[in-house]
Design a protein around this ligand. Structure first.
Ligand code: FMN
Length: 325
């Protein structure tokens, strides 16, 4: 049973990828994730200049969801360059450098600052819902804004594939993906956190997070992530790879989002809940399911739901002839 995936010329030993923002921004922690079976690593969002996050408390978790308003803190490009550079020296698994910025021009400038390190992919975070107080609505909430960022980053990215990280918090994620695809996106990461949401402490009658609101992640968002991946796969006709992310905890979750259209699977909140062994556990669970079902190549499952729907609806419609008895 082969779990490996070649995506845009980059080989992933298995489809699991550490999602952005999880496990800090050090080469040592990324190497540890790779050692525990992660097929790829995504960095925390990198800014052009040092950026301070929100005040504590920034995270609250239940077994069903996590609400975070970390606020995308980053030590700045020097530190990031050091850590990314160190990881890429040994390069145990592919590295996806995630960037964030407050303007179209700064997205391009941030990409230019990181690209000389030669990450395998660039992931463009236009969808963080918990920095709205500082920067207004995310670029991912408007098709023209999302397309403008895509175009600006593609102009400087050379041969490095550009994945645009989309938001579920929109009327039509398909319309946003379509605009980004027309602007040259090479792939998508689907989804960033949901909301924002709020949790209130009964005693103090105050929001629990200092930022009042935060982005929702964890098991409760998986059905939204699966639907968003299916929509993006549908509008791009399966031609652009998708990193399906949101509430993936088990091998069966991973296979489900792959059937919706994901080629790779982002693992975020689950790392806190199942431990860093989550990557190897998910791989074992996928292996077991595929062996039992007689699936030899994991890649054969990508977008499988769309093919199944087409095979069931297409011929039936066409064959609506009255049988000759
Ligand atoms: C604590 C925390 C920090 C995050 N930081 C980032 C970030 O810096 N950049 C980004 O693109 N996404 C960030 N995310 C979003 C995750 O990468 C992911 O898209 C989201 O949490 C859904 O996946 P999950 O349910 O597996 O966590 C963060 C999520 C969490 C929980």
């Amino acid at each position: 049973m082969n779990l490996s995936q070649a995506i845009l010329g980059v080989n992933f030993g298995n489809p699991t990828v550490l999602a952005s923002g999880i496990m800090g921004i050090t080469s040592a922690s990324w190497k540890l994730m790779a050692k525990h079976g992660a097929g790829g690593i995504t960095t925390k969002s990198l800014w052009l200049k040092e950026h301070k996050g929100h005040k504590n408390p920034t995270i609250i978790s239940t077994e069903h969801w996590t609400l975070n308003a970390v606020g995308v803190p980053d030590a700045g490009p020097e530190k990031a360059r050091e850590e990314v550079g160190d990881f890429l020296k040994s390069h145990p698994v592919p590295l996806i450098a995630n960037i964030i910025a407050d303007s179209v021009d700064n997205f391009a400038a941030t990409a230019e600052a990181i690209l000389p390190l030669k990450p395998d992919f660039l992931e463009v975070n236009i969808s963080c819902p918990n920095v709205e107080d500082e920067f207004g609505k995310p670029f991912a909430c408007s098709a023209p804004a999302a397309a403008a960022v895509t175009k600006a980053v593609k102009k400087v990215s050379g041969k490095i594939p550009v994945f645009i990280k989309l938001s579920p918090n929109v009327d039509s994620i398909a319309a946003i993906a379509d605009a980004c695809a027309s602007a040259g996106a090479d792939g998508f990461t689907v989804i960033n956190t949901v909301g924002p949401g709020m949790a209130i402490d009964l005693r103090s009658r105050m929001p629990i997070l200092a930022n009042k609101v935060g982005g929702l992640s964890g098991p409760g968002i998986k059905p939204i992530a699966v639907k968003c991946v299916a929509d993006v796969y549908g509008v791009t006709k399966g031609k652009l790879p998708i990193i399906g992310t949101g509430g993936i905890y088990t091998g069966e979750d991973a296979l489900e989002i792959m059937l919706a259209g994901a080629s790779l699977v982002g693992i975020g909140t689950a790392v806190g809940d199942r431990g860093m062994e989550v990557f190897s556990k998910i791989c074992e669970e996928m292996q077991l399911w595929c062996t039992n079902e007689g699936v030899d190549e994991i890649s054969s499952l990508v977008g499988g739901m769309h093919r199944e729907l087409a095979s069931r609806s297409g011929p039936q419609k066409k064959n609506r002839t009255i049988p000759i008895l």
